[in-house]
Design a protein around this ligand. Structure first.
Ligand code: GDP
Ligand code: MN
Length: 381
């Protein structure tokens, strides 16, 4: 789960990472009142799950109440890199001396945590990596031993942080690492980490991705739930507990298993179609789950055909087929549907499907063939 900046900052603050005091609001008047409390100048920041807000007009300094209100009203409701601004964060503005970069993430191939620090902050790190890769100091951390004070100090020195910022930055790094590990994050990124003119080092931005698999030991994460940017289809699917991701194509996809669902998307692309979604219905494929999946997909107006791709393993083909037949009786499907059923007892399953086959409900034995038919029935590209 990706956190908004205001949530990320609250999370970092829990581990002692210094951030500017501020508040979140969704109207110009609230922003004006908050700004008054915080003291001018303030910075008004669009809360959207994307970086590069600064360049896109989503970060503005305001010197008085009227200006803060105007900035907020100009941002609220607008679109920043494809994300609608529903809330803004207001904080007391910092007088910046230098902007740095710091992050902790998981390096799966190295089976270690990876720390990255750079004296070139404020710009996207991908850009720094491309233009001046030596400007990023990296350190692999053995999760068993953790991240020591000496390592933090060496890292800020290696990254070339200004002398007066080093002690403060090393302290922030230690806290960030605690947040990353104890806070069960997959990523904590602070860009920029700033040295203010008063000599303090603190986080001016926060990008935090929590590891959803650790949610069971963080009841406090409930406060972040429901704030994710979901589209209508994803909200619908989520209410049914389905593993669904909305995409922008026109072939609706239902598969069992995440791997097969991804391959199904690939095959649809390969034969010239575009998947409208990723949907993994898991192992069972019961009538109930199948009906819910079909309901979500057929309510998507851009879906022009549906491709159901099921490989029977522990779940046998005839059970899946019975599930599909029952689901078809419950959900009114208006677009053509192609079903590929393979694996355990596939023959038996296909026999059962014969009762529902028609010119718009087609059973196809191979994945590639089924994908082609689904794309054709959708009317091509
Ligand atoms: P991003 O563009 O989405 O990464 O948003 P950031 O929160 O990183 O802000 C972008 C830029 O706005 C920063 O790199 C700073 O240069 C500037 N900025 C943000 N907050 C402040 C502030 O309190 N004071 C000043 N002077 N500049 C700020
Ligand atoms: Mn930033």
């Amino acid at each position: 789960m990706d956190l908004y900046e205001y949530q990320g900052k609250a999370y970092l603050a829990r581990f002692g990472v210094p951030v500017s005091p501020g508040g979140v609001a969704d109207s110009g008047d609230e922003v004006a009142a908050l700004a008054e409390e915080l003291g001018f100048p303030v910075v008004v920041k669009a809360q959207v799950l994307t970086g590069g807000r600064g360049k896109a007009g989503g970060v503005k300094l305001a010197g008085d109440r009227e200006e803060a209100k105007r900035c907020a009203e100009a941002m609220l409701g607008t679109d920043i890199r494809g994300h609608t601004v529903r809330r803004v964060w207001v904080e007391h503005a910092t007088d910046i001396a230098r902007e740095y970069y710091a992050s902790f993430t998981l390096d799966r191939s190295a089976k270690a945590h990876l720390a990255m620090v750079s004296a070139k902050g404020g710009v996207e790190i991908e850009q720094v990596a491309e233009e001046d890769p030596t400007a990023i100091a990296r350190l692999h951390i053995d999760p068993y031993f953790g991240f020591s004070e000496a390592q933090a100090e060496a890292l800020v020195r290696q990254a070339g942080l200004d002398q007066e910022a080093r002690a403060g930055a090393a302290e922030v790094l230690a806290k960030l690492y605690r947040c990353f590990v104890e806070g069960d994050a997959d990523l904590v990124e602070v860009n920029p980490l700033v040295l203010a003119t008063d000599g303090r080092v603190h986080a001016l931005d926060a990008k935090v991705t929590l590891d959803d698999n650790a949610a069971f030991r963080h009841p406090e994460w409930a406060e972040f739930a429901g704030t994710e940017e979901l589209d209508e289809r994803e909200r619908h699917a989520k209410s049914y507990g389905l593993q669904y991701v909305g995409l922008d194509g026109f072939v609706g996809i239902i598969a069992n298993g995440a791997g097969l669902a991804m391959s199904t998307c690939d095959v649809v692309n390969q034969v010239g179609g575009k998947p409208a979604n990723f949907l993994d219905i898991g192992g069972g494929a019961s009538a109930e789950v199948m009906a819910r999946a079909l309901e979500v997909i057929s309510s998507d107006k851009s879906v022009r055909s549906i491709f159901v791709n099921i490989f029977g393993g522990i779940t046998r083909g005839e059970e899946v087929a019975n599930g599909i037949v029952t689901a078809l009786g419950r959900v009114d499907i208006k677009v053509p549907m192609v079903i590929r059923l393979d694996g355990t007892n596939a023959e038996l399953g296909r026999d059962i499907l014969r009762s529902v086959e028609s010119s718009t409900v087609i059973s196809a034995p191979t994945m590639m063939g089924a994908a082609r038919t689904a794309v054709e029935l959708a009317g091509g590209k």
